[in-house]
Ligand binder design. Sequence first.
Ligand SMILES: NC(=O)c1ccc[n+]([C@@H]2O[C@H](COP(=O)([O-])OP(=O)(O)OC[C@H]3O[C@@H](n4cnc5c(N)ncnc54)[C@H](O)[C@@H]3O)[C@@H](O)[C@H]2O)c1
Length: 306
Amino acid sequence: MNFLLETLQLIVLTIYYHLEFLVQLFVPQRKKDVSGEIVLITGAGCGIGRLMAIEFASLDASLVLWDINVDGLKETARQVKEKGASRVHYYQCDCSDRDVVYRVADQVKSEIGDVTILINNAGIVGGNKFMDTSDAVVEKTLRVNAMSHFWTYKAFLPAMIDKNHGHLVCVASSAGLIGVNGLADYCASKFAAVGFAESMAYELISAGKDGVKTTIVCPYLINTGLFDGCNTKWPRLLPTLEPEYVAKRIVNAILTDQVYLLLPKTLYLLRAIKGLIPFKQSVVLGKYLGAFNFMDAFRGREKKRD
Ligand SMILES: NC(=O)c1ccc[n+]([C@@H]2O[C@H](COP(=O)([O-])OP(=O)(O)OC[C@H]3O[C@@H](n4cnc5c(N)ncnc54)[C@H](O)[C@@H]3O)[C@@H](O)[C@H]2O)c1
């Protein structure tokens, strides 16, 4: 195809997909049936992971819950069963350790079957300025928040590709789109997670595996305790999100094959603005939005997380 023809095709498709996007804003999307699917959630021992498991409880899927914290897993399994789920399995798994991920993944495949919906959700935050952060914490943050995604994909994606069926979910963060003062290692891990998930989505499309869907989730501050003490400066612009709301929105995004989920909606605007304004303006905007002091009141700093 020559330049003119390809450019024309680009313009037509751009208009078509923008119109499709606008229609989707107003017309409720059909939700896919996930009964019989095997859903694996990492970091399911508390917070968003637990709440997503509860959301899946009524959808007749098999649930496989992973966490480093067994007591948390037991409690999640109990709550999920109470909500009506009959097939719930939990495994202790330190997602920061590649060998452990591969070992537990093999166990899941032989005991339960091939995972068809993989939700990479486990996450940690150190919360110190970079020069005050130990090398061990930097490495751990990268391994839990980003590298674990590589290993779970390696373990579970081949079966999805074979059947051209599945769903890969990356629970990242607004800190994976915009850098934050005092969160350098966390932001690096979340940028990595977003870049990996986005690139893999393109890789699957280019391989013709459009039956394997991708959802990338970037929420702002959620009231789970992970960012204990942190507050939002302008709650009307960037509200602190309730965990139940976030879990519902993520599961809805999975059921409707939504690729990007940014919460709250203001983030779509901020992401676009970031690409258009000069750096000095982004400093002014960051200060206005409270991004420069966001971590000042963080109370999790003393907690030993490595
Ligand atoms: N809370 C927020 O404000 C916020 C905002 C944006 C994104 N997120 C992201 O959402 C995800 C869930 O966060 P949350 O708020 O529910 O946090 P949370 O601390 O409540 O839950 C995280 C879970 O991950 C588990 N975990 C930690 N290290 C692990 C490891 N090595 N292996 C296996 N499991 C491990 C923990 O035991 C815990 O159960 C995280 O990826 C987080 O970065 C959170």
